[in-house]
Design a protein around this ligand. Structure first.
Ligand code: ME8
Length: 517
C-alpha cells in the first residue's frame, strides 16, 4: 500500500566545506528516500543549509564578506555535494529564504500564544562552535584548566536580555512521550541517554539573542533575533508550508517520519524540538535517528589536523557507487566508524569486484557464450534452483524491514547473503561443464542466476543507482519494470530476450606500487 514518507537531514552550517560526515548523513537519507519511492510511496526528502547565528556571522567576518554574500557562496558547496553524490532530495532549504523566515516566525508565535515564552535575561556560558548554552556543571576542564563545553568547544560568558522557553515545564510530557513512543528516538542506546537527560531535570532555554544581529527577528520584539537552533529546527516545517497554505501539504506530511541526525545534535532534536512542537500544538516527529561519528584513520577529522576527507576527491578516485556502498556497509548505521582508504579499497575489491562483480559477469558471460546472449528457457526447477530464487524473492521484504529500522548495513548484508548463495550455487552447479552434456540444464541454471541477479540489482538501486541501472540494462529489464512492484513473479525475466554484450561494472581497484613507472 502506498504511503507517504517524509525524511530529513540536518541542515548544515555554512561555516565549513562539506566533508564525508555531511555526505554520510544525506546519503543515508537518500537511500531511504529512494527505497520508498521504488515502493511506490509519496516521498518528501529534504536537506539544506543553516545560515544564521554567531558561528556563521563570525565565519563571514573572517572571510571579509557581508553575511548574506558569504552564505550565498558557501551554501553552493552543499548543493554541489548533493549533485556529485546524486542525492535525490526534493528540495533544498536555506534558512535565509523568505519562506523559512515566515515559517520560523509563525512557529514562534504559536509557542508564544501557548504561554510558553517569557522575557528574562540570560547570564551564563555559551559555545559559538556548538551554538549551545551550557550550565556550569556541564563544563569540563580543558588545557590550562580553561573551561570547555563537554564537546571540547570553547565557551564564553554571555549576559544579555533574552526570551526563554519554559522547557522545565515539559519534563513530564517529554518522558511520557518517550514512554508511549519507544520508536521516537533511536537507536535504543541513544533513547536511553535522552531519557536520562530529561529525567535529570530541564532548565528553561534561552531562545533569543540580542548581542548580534545575524538571525531571524523575533516577531514584535525589536533587538531580539531567534536562537539559531529554534530557527534551524523550524526548517522541517518550512517546505511543507507551515502554518498553512500549499494545498494541504503540511497536513499531509507532518509529522515527519524520520529526522536523521548525527549523535552530536541529538539533544536538540529529541528534547528541544518535540517540546517546541508540543507547545505549538503540533505532533512531534515519528522518529529521530542518531547515527555515529566518523573518524579518519583513527583521528578526529579537523581542519587543523589537515585530515578532512573531501567527498569529491573520493568520488573521483574510487567512483561514486563504491564510495556510497562503502560508507553504508563498513559501519553499522548508528555506530561510530573509522574511515580509511585501505578499508575502502578492500571493500571495492572483495565485496564489489570479487563477490558481486564476478557473479554478475560470469553469469552474463556464460549466457553470451553458450546461448549467443539469448536468455535461455528454464526446464523443470531443481530444489537448489527453487531455493535460490526463493532467497532472492525474499530480498524485498527483508531489505525493506532493515531499512524501516534504519539498519542500512543490514539491508546490504541481506543482499550480500544472496550474492554469496548465488556464487555457491554456480560453483556447485558448474554450468560450464554441464553444458557439454546437458545444454537444457545449463540453460536452466543460467536462467536462475539471471533472475537472482535481477532481484539483487533491483534492491541495489537505492544504494548504487548508476551501477544498478547498468546491471538492469544488461539484463534487458525495461526501465518501467524497475520498481519494487516487479520484485515478484510479475517482473520475471522472459526467456528468448536478447541480452546486450556484458561489460564489467565493478572493476578492481589496483593500488599502484610506489615508484612504479
Ligand atoms: O549541527 N561523522 O550542522 P553541522 C558523522 N546546523 N557525521 C558527521 C560528522 C562526522 N565526523 N561531521 C558532521 C549542525 N556530521 C546544525 C544542524 S539541523 C536543524 C541543524 C554530520 O554542519 C552529522 O549529521 O555541524 C552531524 O549531525 C551534522 O553533520 C552536523 O552538521
Amino acid at each position: 500500500m502506498a504511503e507517504r514518507f517524509y525524511i530529513t537531514t540536518p541542515i548544515y552550517y555554512v561555516n565549513d566545506v562539506p566533508h564525508i560526515g555531511h555526505a554520510y548523513t544525506t546519503l543515508a537519507c537518500d537511500v531511504m528516500a529512494r527505497f520508498h519511492r521504488l515502493n511506490g510511496d509519496e516521498v518528501l526528502f529534504l536537506t539544506g543549509t543553516d545560515e544564521h547565528g554567531q558561528k556563521v556571522e563570525k565565519a563571514a567576518a573572517a572571510a571579509g564578506e557581508p553575511p548574506q554574500t558569504f552564505v550565498d557562496g558557501v551554501s553552493q558547496n552543499f548543493r554541489a555535494l548533493a549533485k556529485a553524490m546524486k542525492y535525490s532530495n526534493d528540495d533544498f532549504i536555506r534558512t535565509t529564504e523568505p519562506r523559512h523566515i515566515e515559517a520560523s516566525q509563525a512557529l514562534w508565535k504559536a509557542i508564544e500564544a501557548s504561554g510558553n515564552i517569557y522575557l528574562g535575561g540570560y547570564e551564563g556560558w555559551y559555545s559559538v562552535r556548538d551554538e549551545a548554552f551550557y550550565a556550569e556543571d556541564e563544563l569540563v576542564a580543558g588545557p590550562g584548566g580553561k573551561k570547555r563545553a563537554p564537546t571540547g568547544a570553547d565557551v564564553e560568558w554571555v549576559k544579555e536580555p533574552s526570551y526563554f522557553f519554559k522547557l522545565s515545564a515539559w519534563q513530564d510530557r517529554l518522558l511520557e512521550f518517550y514512554e508511549k513512543n519507544p520508536q521516537a528516538v533511536q537507536p535504543d542506546s541513544r533513547r536511553n541517554e535522552v531519557i536520562s537527560f530529561v529525567a535529570g531535570g530541564l532548565r528553561d532555554l534561552s531562545i533569543s539573542r540580542t548581542s548580534f544581529t545575524w538571525g531571524i527577528p523575533v516577531p514584535d520584539a525589536p533587538g531580539h533575533i531567534m536562537y539559531v537552533w529554534l530557527d534551524a529546527l523550524a526548517n522541517y516545517l518550512t517546505e511543507i508550508g507551515y502554518p498553512g497554505g500549499k494545498d494541504g501539504k503540511f497536513a499531509r506530511f507532518w509529522p515527519a517520519d524520520v529526522h536523521v541526525v548525527g549523535k552530536d545534535i541529538l539533544r536538540f532534536h529529541a528534547v528541544y524540538w518535540p517540546a517546541f512542537l508540543m507547545a505549538a500544538g503540533l505532533e512531534p516527529p515519528r522518529r529521530v535517528f542518531a547515527h555515529g561519528w566518523w573518524t579518519v584513520e583513527g583521528e578526529k577529522m579537523s581542519k587543523s589536523l589537515g585530515n578532512v576527507v573531501d567527498p569529491h576527491e573520493m568520488i573521483e578516485r574510487y567512483g561514486l557507487d563504491p564510495f556510497r556502498y562503502f560508507l553504508l556497509r563498513e559501519v553499522p548505521f548508528g555506530n561510530d566508524g573509522d574511515f580509511s582508504q585501505a578499508a575502502l579499497i578492500q571493500r571495492i575489491n572483495s565485496d564489489l569486484a570479487n563477490d558481486l562483480g564476478n557473479l554478475f559477469q560470469r553469469s552474463l558471460s556464460m549466457i553470451q557464450s553458450y546461448f549467443a546472449g539469448v536468455l535461455p528457457k528454464p526446464a523443470q526447477f531443481s530444489d537448489a534452483d527453487r531455493l535460490l530464487i526463493e532467497q532472492a524473492t525474499k530480498l524485498h521484504p527483508s531489505v525493506g524491514a532493515a531499512i524501516g529500522r534504519q539498519a542500512l548495513h543490514e539491508a546490504l548484508g541481506e543482499i550480500w547473503r544472496v550474492v554469496a548463495d548465488a556464487n555457491r550455487y554456480v560453483d556447485g552447479e558448474r554450468p560450464w561443464t554441464v553444458r557439454k552434456t546437458d545444454s537444457v540444464r545449463a540453460g536452466t541454471v543460467l536462467y536462475v542466476l539471471a533472475e537472482t541477479v535481477r532481484h539483487i540489482a533491483l534492491l541495489l538501486q537505492p544504494f548504487m543507482p548508476d551501477s544498478a541501472a547498468r546491471m538492469l540494462d544488461q539484463l534487458a529489464v525495461p526501465v518501467d519494470a524497475r520498481t519494487f512492484a516487479y520484485c515478484g513473479v510479475r517482473g520475471q525475466l522472459v526467456s528468448g530476450v536478447q541480452l546486450p554484450k556484458p561489460e564489467g561494472i565493478f572493476p578492481r581497484y589496483v593500488v599502484e606500487e610506489k615508484g612504479a613507472a
